[in-house]
Structure formats: C-alpha cells, structure tokens
Design a protein around this ligand. Structure first.
Ligand SMILES: Nc1ncnc2c1ncn2[C@@H]1O[C@H](COP(=O)(O)OP(=O)(O)OP(=O)(O)O)[C@@H](O)[C@H]1O
Ligand SMILES: [Mg+2]
Length: 363
C-alpha cells in the first residue's frame, strides 16, 4: 500500500453525478486520474425529493444511501481500472456523501452514502461525515474546501479569491497575508438548473446559451437580491434547504404586469448568480473559478465583466481541471483526517477551533 494515494468522491448539490479522483498527497497534491459517473434522472429525482420533508424519510434515506454506496464503489473501481492501480494501493477514500439536509442552525447536517457498505464493496478504508464535527464545535460545517484552496492557489503577492460554482456558489478569499475567509455566497447553478429542467427538459442550460438570449428582468432581479441570507456576514452556508423551487416560485408570484417569459427568467437567474458571486469577490486581484459552472460560458463572461479589470480564470489555468477541485479536496481531507490534522478553518466555518474531521470506516 502506498501511504500517499487517496481517492476523493464528490457528489454535490447539483445532483449531476459523482466525481472521483485519485490524488497523490505525498507532496503538493496532484490529481493522477479522474472519472465522472452521471446520475440517471430517476436517482436524481429521488435524491432531490429527499431534500425536502416527505413520507418515510428514514427508509428512503437508508435505501438511497445504499444505492449511492454502490454507485460510489463503481466509480472507484472504474477510476482504479483506468489508471492500473489496485485497491490495495489506496490508503483511503474521502467520501463527501450526498447532502440531503444542511441545517447548522439546528445543529446538524446530513450526507448520505453508507460509508460502511462503500468500504466493504471497495475494499478500501473510507473517511466520511466530514461536516458533523465542525458543526458539533459550533461551526457551519461548510465550506470545507477553503483549506485545500489555500494549499493549491494561495499566492504571496496577489490577493486571490477562489470561487466554486456548484449547485451553490462558495468563495475562498486568500489574502496575501492575514485570515482566510470562506463562505457560501448564494446559488450558482441550482436555480438555473431547475428552471432549465422545467422549461427545456434538460438538466442544465449548456453554455448558458438559453439565458444569454433572454433579457434581465429588473423587478425580479431586485426581489431575488432581497434575500436576507445574502446580507448576512460570514460565517454562513446554505443549500437547497433555502434556494429551491418554492423559494423561486415565491419570488415569481404576483405583481408582474405581464407574466415573465421563461427565457428572461433564466437570464435573470444568471444575472442573480453573477451578482452574488461578484459581490463576494470584491477587492480580488485575481479570481480563480472551479466547479461545473465554469462550463456556463455566459456566466463566466458576465463574471469577467463585473469583476474587470481583475482577471477571472478557470482553475485549469492553475493546473487543476475545474470539475475536479472539490473531489480532490475530499481526498486531501481524508489524508488530513488519517494524519490527525485538522481539516476545517475555524475562521471560515465559525467553529470554536480547528478539528480533525470525519469518521473512519477501516478496510
Ligand atoms: N457545459 C455546461 N454549461 C452550463 N452549465 C454546466 C455545464 N457543465 C456543467 N454545468 C453546471 O455545473 C453543474 C455541476 O457542477 P458541480 O458538479 O461542480 O456541482 P455540484 O455537484 O453541486 O458540486 P459541489 O456541491 O461540490 O459544488 C451542473 O449541474 C450544471 O449546472
Ligand atoms: Mg457535481
């Protein structure tokens, strides 16, 4: 067994699927291989349904947790096959799991994925449940990627901000010196995705092209920007618990002289995301973007406009494919856990102090 090879598994709020990476953590973290396994529409629907209260949740959670463990194990097997590595060469899998509730205000967060079954199927130790310990220590349990962002992207003469455009957008501010700040700044793709599914029948608006042909509706934009979460100071985190279909429907209700056209709504949602992100990046000398949202060209163009003259670049320009950063973060966090090193940044999450994160399921 190598002591330095870790697998990272991330399936995020977008419910698009699972990203798996193999990370060499012996020196500066290096991604050696990756695979993406998309979730089918049925699984996506069931997971989405679990994000809001419903019947028989315990059983549904447990069964979907088992199903996810099987999907995760298949992704790991595929990953290792592709790069000619054996399970025995991997020290651990860092498995984020699938968030079905995130309620730090109530003292809990829940990521499902049956880590015990994953360890059994993969034949590799699993580190899971990274967020609960931070919440137990009074933190938000999120975001957890900032320490990894700092390891990869902090620079000694530039005030950089890293933006992750997933379902939710989170930023990590990496000042030349001083405290790292990181927080969820609002939705990235989650609202645009649900609107695209409803009106185009597609899981996302590829390239943001549909949005790019619409016109921003100033009245709706104002209502979206009125959301109190946006004005809260960090530490803060959010999820589908807030930014969901009901939230959007409430803001689309009434008071419009003519009903807004779907394409203009999409343009407004894109503008809303861009404004939330740009507002959180103020003062950056360089903005480095990761997450699937980097594939939304219209959003990337709008961010570049709003943040000019600071450059807005994909993390690919800094050595790591933008769709792999979060999965790599959880491989790296697994290494931290097994080394007995803290994974959270207490200034980011608001926890009482640094904590060793995760629960270990031995091989
Ligand atoms: N070509 C594309 N054009 C527009 N949007 C895209 C494209 N490719 C991916 N996306 C968006 O990226 C999303 C997936 O991104 P990602 O996997 O980073 O999010 P996530 O699973 O929510 O992750 P996390 O919670 O870790 O941030 C998709 O749901 C979609 O909205
Ligand atoms: Mg994803």
């Amino acid at each position: 067994m190598s002591d330095s090879l870790y697998v990272g598994l991330m399936s995020g709020t977008s419910l698009d699927g699972v990203d798996a990476v193999l990370l060499d953590a012996s020196g500066a973290p290096r991604v050696l291989a990756s695979v993406h396994h998309p979730f089918d529409a049925a699984l996506r629907r069931e997971l989405l349904a679990l994000n809001s209260p419903g019947d028989n949740e315990v059983d549904r959670c447990a069964r979907l947790g088992n199903e996810l463990a099987k999907r995760y194990a298949a992704a790991v097997a595929d990953l290792l096959r592709g790069c000619g590595k054996a399970a025995a060469e991997v020290r651990a899998i860092g498995c984020h799991g699938q968030t079905v509730r995130h309620r730090p205000d109530r003292g809990y967060t829940l990521q499902i994925g049956n880590a015990a079954l994953l360890a059994e199927l993969a034949g590799i130790a699993v580190v899971a449940d990274f967020r609960s310990r931070d919440i137990a220590a009074g933190g938000q349990g999120a975001p957890l990627a900032p320490a990894f962002h700092a390891t990869l992207f902090r620079h000694r003469s530039e005030n950089r901000v890293v933006v992750n455009l997933g379902g939710i957008a989170n930023v990590t501010r990496l000042p030349i010196e001083g405290t790292i700040v990181g927080f969820d700044c609002g939705p990235a793709s989650c609202l645009m995705d649900l609107w695209a599914l409803k009106h185009l029948g597609r899981p996302y608006d590829a390239g943001g092209e549909w949005a790019a042909g619409g016109s921003v509706l100033p009245g709706l934009l104002e209502r979206l920007l009125d959301e109190p979460f946006l004005a809260l100071p960090p530490p803060k985190s959010t999820g589908r618990d807030l930014f969901n279909e009901a939230w959007l429907a409430a803001r689309l209700q009434g008071r419009f002289s003519t009903p807004p056209g779907p394409r203009d709504v999409q343009a407004t949602l894109l503008e809303f995301t861009a404004r939330c992100v740009a507002g959180a990046c103020k003062g950056a000398s360089r903005v480095i973007v990761c997450g699937g949202g980097t594939g939304n060209d219209a959003l990337m163009r709008r961010l570049a406009q709003l943040l000019a003259p600071s450059p807005v670049e994909s993390s690919a320009a800094h050595g790591l494919d933008p769709s792999l950063v979060e999965a790599a973060a959880f491989a790296w966090l697994a290494e931290r856990s097994l080394s007995g090193a803290p994974g959270n940044l207490a200034d980011v999450t608001g926890a009482r102090g640094p904590r060793v994160l995760g629960a270990v399921y031995p091989k």
